[in-house]
Ligand binder design. Structure first.
Ligand SMILES: Cc1ncc(COP(=O)(O)O)c(C=O)c1O
Length: 479
């Protein structure tokens, strides 16, 4: 489904920037009636946003032209900015000086808004005092204590720089604790760029079969699919991994049933709260649904875009990575940069802002308002069967469907393209704390116009309206 919900997306496939078409790629020849002029794309009238030289340099120096596949050229329409030079609040500027309202900032890690003063000041102050030392710094324990105080199921915390290493650390710990090798993953959730997860996608080149054989999958909200795994592999599964919620809310007490099954099998339950943490609740989605995992991982949302992620959990399990036990040692998350002072200072400032201000309530409120505006716009444009906003208010994504009602990357591209031409960069509608009412209304106006074009595309064919190639599925075998 083309929901744009993955922050891990497909590889960029070009070394050459795709040319920006002059307006529509085709005229109205062959159509039954001419297109209404006011519903045509505004791309033709906007100045170019592509920076071809920079685009070429990016792909010459960096495989994929970016450091997360989700930022790749193949994930955006051809009128997307080549690169972003700065951001403030919910706005960003491209290399040509164009300004955009942005949604899903920093792959959802920038929850307060770009260059949020309190966070920047805290990080800058830490930077001036030195970034990395030979022994721990007090900022490490301050940050750990703060995180532990917010997350109920966290007795201990260990920091690292990205979400993937945190989840891989959780898996290693679970394997060591249980003495088992198998891992059960929710098949529609993303956990890591590491082999144990990527093996369930089509992008599995370079992953040994021996690793692939250790990963099993089950379906979200389908407790029978997990029961089957336990029946097939009794007392052999080290841990069950899932995001407590993605776009679909848990039904029929699903999370509690998963927790009960895990307990009866001696399997550890791991919640990946990379997205839900500090967005659903300061205590994570586990606080919203009142289910305690053995281990959980946090990242995006912890430090307003600074590189900080964490593995937290029950002391008995976490302590295996410590020095005060007689069991076999687990060499757990040991990285040179894991305790960079400025990142942890940024995390403390971010978590303090969450604790002192109703950030979460504001995110939900802004999302609720945007959802309503978009839903009305979709109804008024007559496309509500084809374009739909889904997900929790604080984490909205959209589905795009073609005239047959099938999920469509082409229509997703068209919608993003038309928003971009109106100054909105929105692979999702994930808000941050800096999206104010006025900005939401401005976005609503852009959405209304974009959906008028969407409706025309449903009538006349999407290819008439696309100015460049359609976006591609993120996990694919070939470019
Ligand atoms: C739920 C979830 N888990 C883990 C990760 C991996 O995090 P990172 O990109 O920091 O390695 C992501 C990233 O999108 C994610 O959404």
């Amino acid at each position: 489904m083309s929901t744009g919900m993955g922050d891990m997306s497909g590889a960029a496939d070009t070394t050459q920037e795709p040319p920006l078409a002059e307006g529509h790629t085709s005229d109205s020849e062959g159509l039954e009636r001419p297109l209404p002029p006011d519903a045509r794309s505004q791309n033709a009238s906007r100045r170019s946003v592509r920076d071809a030289t920079l685009g070429q340099r990016l792909h010459t120096a960096i495989p994929g032209g970016a450091h997360t596949y989700a930022k790749g050229d193949d994930q955006y329409p051809s009128n997307a900015p080549t690169a972003i030079v700065r951001g403030r609040g919910c706005r960003i500027w491209d290399t040509k000086g164009n300004v955009y309202v942005e949604y899903g900032s920093g792959l959802r890690s920038v929850t307060l808004g770009h260059s949020f003063p309190r966070v920047v000041q805290a990080a800058a102050a830490a930077l001036r005092g030195g970034t990395n030392f030979l022994r721990p710094s007090p900022v490490e324990v301050e940050c750990a204590e703060q995180l532990i105080s917010l997350v109920k199921a966290a007795d201990m915390a260990k920091f690292t720089k990205d979400g993937s290493t945190a989840t891989t650390g959780a898996l290693k710990l679970a394997r060591a604790y249980t003495g088992r090798d198998l891992v059960a993953l929710c098949d529609s959730h993303f956990f890591s760029y590491d082999d144990w997860y990527m093996t369930i996608t089509d992008a599995d080149a370079g992953i040994p079969v021996a690793i692939a054989e250790l990963t099993l999958t089950f379906r979200y909200n389908d407790i029978a699919s997990l029961e089957r795994l336990f029946a097939q592999h009794p007392r052999q599964i080290a841990c069950v991994f899932l995001e407590p919620e993605r776009t679909e809310a848990p039904q029929d007490d699903f999370l509690r049933k998963v927790a009960d099954l895990c307990r009866s099998e001696g399997t550890l339950l791991v919640f990946d709260e990379m997205i839900t943490g500090f967005r659903w609740h300061t205590g994570g989605a586990q606080a919203v649904y009142d289910v305690a995992p053995d281990l959980s991982t946090f990242g995006k949302g912890m430090a307003n875009g600074f590189s900080v992620s964490a593995l937290v959990g029950r002391r008995e399990v976490m302590e295996l990575g410590g020095l005060h036990h007689q069991q076999e040692r687990v060499f757990l998350l040991s990285t040179t940069h894991g305790a960079e002072t400025h990142g942890l200072a940024a995390a403390i400032a971010t978590m303090s802002t969450y604790a002192e201000t109703d950030v979460i309530g504001t995110l939900h409120e802004a999302g609720r308002s945007l959802r309503e505006i978009v839903q009305v716009a979709a109804r008024e444009a007559g496309v509500d069967g084809f374009f739909r906003v889904i997900g929790r208010d604080c984490n909205l994504v959209y589905e795009t469907r073609d005239p047959e009602g099938l999920p469509s990357q082409e229509y997703r591209t068209l919608f993003m393209q038309e928003l971009l031409s109106r100054g909105v960069l929105a692979p999702s509608f994930v808000v941050n704390y800096s999206h104010d009412e006025k900005t939401i209304e401005e976005t609503g106006a852009a959405v209304r116009e974009a959906l008028d074009i969407y409706r025309n595309a449903l009538t006349y064919g999407v290819e008439q309206f696309l100015v460049g190639p359609a976006v591609r599925p993120p996990y694919r075998r070939f470019n």
